[in-house]
Ligand binder design. Structure first.
Ligand SMILES: [Zn+2]
Length: 215
């Protein structure tokens, strides 16, 4: 590992992380289709495997799926830094399945662009209802305004939590205290630390991610 790389991923650096999905542009339908014959069985699940996305400076900035990562590779937007031994085949070529990719052009990620999205709130709360503490699939969870909107509660990292439909109904238009519910933990915005923690969780089975995430 070069000195330049160490410097580039110094956690004290000014660049923030985003664990959400807004960073990498959506591949066009054409780009996906050209690359993907009807996905079936193992191939389909492989295409959903997580891929670590690094900025041009080797700073980890996102996690995406193999499918999307390969579109970025084909478009020449990114290059593979680590690959699996498995390959996937398009009409004319076979490609190693990427594990870590790096964007070729540096992308500035301002602090405020840590997208406040349903996906990111669920990620932060690890798909756990913050009132009953049970884990649900994303489709079984909603977002709850801790201080209800009717009371001036904002849609912010600090006021939105993952919540199952049952608890959401129980709570209704009340504060947790009024409804006799207790928050599992105080909701916080993403930090550099949380983002990296999440990436580690997602990639914990992939040894190839280690050197980029300081295991
Ligand atoms: Zn619940």
């Amino acid at each position: 590992m070069s000195a330049r790389r160490l410097e580039a991923i110094d956690p004290r650096g000014r660049h923030s992380l985003e664990a959400g999905g807004s960073l990498v542009p959506n591949p066009s339908a054409n780009a996906s289709n050209r690359f993907l014959p009807p996905p079936l069985g193992r191939r389909a699940s492989m295409l959903q495997e997580p891929v670590l996305v690094l900025n041009a400076t080797y700073e980890p900035i996102n996690v995406t799926a193999v499918r999307r990562a390969m579109v970025l590779l084909l478009k020449g937007v990114a290059q593979a830094e680590e690959v699996h031994s498995a390959e996937v085949h398009s009409a004319a070529h076979s490609h190693k399945v990427p594990s870590v990719i790096r964007l070729l052009a540096y992308r500035h990620i301002p602090q405020q662009s840590r997208a406040l999205s349903r996906k990111n709130i669920l990620l932060r709360d690890r798909n756990t209802c913050q009132f009953c503490g049970r884990i649900f699939s994303s489709s079984e969870l909603t977002l709850d305004h801790v201080l209800p909107r009717s009371r001036g509660g904002r849609s912010s990292w600090e006021n939105l939590v993952a919540c199952c439909y049952h608890c959401n109904n129980t709570k209704g238009d009340r504060t947790p205290e009024e409804a006799g519910l207790k928050l599992a933990r105080r909701p916080r915005p993403f930090t550099l630390h949380t983002s990296r923690q999440l990436m580690r969780l997602i990639g914990h089975r992939d040894e190839r991610w280690r050197k980029y995430l300081f295991y």
